[in-house]
Design a protein around this ligand. Structure first.
Ligand code: ZN
Length: 263
C-alpha cells in the first residue's frame, strides 16, 4: 500500500516505500532506537530510517524521514509493527463509566487509512479577505516542538507552517483554529481512536490506539533468545542476529524440544 500522503520533493509527490527484510539485527537496532532517543518524534525518525530500505524512490535518510508528514509517519510506524510480526493485538482501556479495566482486540487490517485531501500538503485559509497558505507539520517540526514550552508551541508552529510567515503578524487565536481545521481536512492518517463497549457495564468508550507501539517493544526478549541460542550452539551474537526471525524461532523450538527430551 502506498503512503497515504507522500513526500513532496521538487514539486513531485512520491508515495512508494519498502521496508528492509526483518533480521534480529534490525529488531535490536529498532528496540534500542526507542530506548535511547531524546523524544518520541526523534525515535520515530531513527526507527523509520533504520527500517526503510527505500522511500519515494531513494534512500530513506534521516532528513527525508523527518520530512514526512505526521500522518505518513504514523502510518509507517503501524506498518512497522506489522512487519515486526504484530498484526494488531490486545489493547488495554479503563471504562469511563464504571472504571473497570478491560482488554480488547484490534486487527490493524480492519482499520481504514485516510488518504490525503486535495491540495496536499498545503491548505488555504481565508483571513479578512487574504488567502494564507499553510503546509502540514512534519516529523522535523515535531522534533523541534518537543523542545519548546507548551504555551509558545501553537504560535511557533503556525509561523513554521506558513507560506509567508511575515504576513501573519502575531497570529490570532482564530487564525490558529482556522489553520488547524483546514490542515485537518486534508491530512492523511490512520485510525487513532476506536469505539469499544465495556464488558462489565456495557458502556460505550472511545479508546486511543498508540500509533507508535513498535517503539515500545523492548530489547529484553530478543536478547534472551540470543542468549538461549548462543548457550546451546555457541554461535556469535552477530551470526544469531543475522538469522531471519522465522529461522531463529525454529532453532528456539528445537532447543526447547531437546531440553524436553533431556528431562
Ligand atoms: Zn464499564
Amino acid at each position: 500500500m502506498q503512503l497515504p500522503g507522500g513526500l513532496v520533493e521538487n514539486g513531485t509527490r512520491r508515495r512508494d516505500w519498502a521496508f528492509r527484510p526483518l533480521s534480529g539485527a534490525l529488531e535490536l537496532a529498532l528496540a534500542e532506537a526507542g530506548e535511547r532517543a531524546a523524544s518520541t518524534p526523534a525515535a520515530v525518525t531513527q526507527a523509520l530510517a533504520l527500517a526503510l530500505d527505500r522511500l519515494g524512490g531513494e534512500a530513506a535518510t534521516l532528513p527525508r524521514v523527518a520530512g514526512l508528514c505526521v500522518g505518513d509517519r504514523q502510518f509507517l510506524m503501524r506498518e512497522l509493527d506489522r512487519h515486526l510480526g504484530h498484526e494488531g493485538g490486545w489493547f488495554q482501556a479503563e471504562c469511563g463509566q464504571c472504571g473497570a479495566r478491560f482488554d480488547f482486540r484490534i486487527d490493524y487490517a480492519d482499520l481504514p487509512v485516510q488518504e490525503a485531501g486535495a491540495g496536499y500538503p498545503q491548505a488555504q485559509v481565508d483571513m479578512d479577505g487574504r488567502q494564507l497558505r499553510f503546509r502540514l507539520p512534519t516529523g522535523a517540526d515535531q522534533e523541534m516542538l518537543a523542545d519548546l514550552p507548551e504555551t509558545e508551541a501553537p504560535r511557533w508552529l503556525l509561523r513554521q507552517l506558513a507560506d509567508q510567515p511575515e504576513a501573519l503578524g502575531t497570529p490570532r487565536q482564530d487564525l490558529i483554529a482556522a489553520a488547524d481545521a483546514a490542515l485537518d481536512a486534508i491530512a492523511p492518517g490512520i485510525v487513532l481512536r476506536v469505539q469499544t463497549a465495556c464488558p462489565e457495564c456495557g458502556g460505550g468508550n472511545e479508546v486511543e490506539l498508540d500509533p507508535y507501539r513498535a517503539l515500545a517493544r523492548s530489547s529484553d526478549s530478543l536478547l534472551r533468545e540470543v542468549h538461549q541460542i548462543a548457550t546451546h550452539y555457541h554461535w556469535s551474537e552477530a551470526d544469531i542476529l543475522d538469522l531471519p526471525r522465522p529461522r531463529r524461532q525454529r532453532y528456539l523450538q528445537m532447543i526447547d524440544r531437546a531440553r524436553g527430551m533431556a528431562e
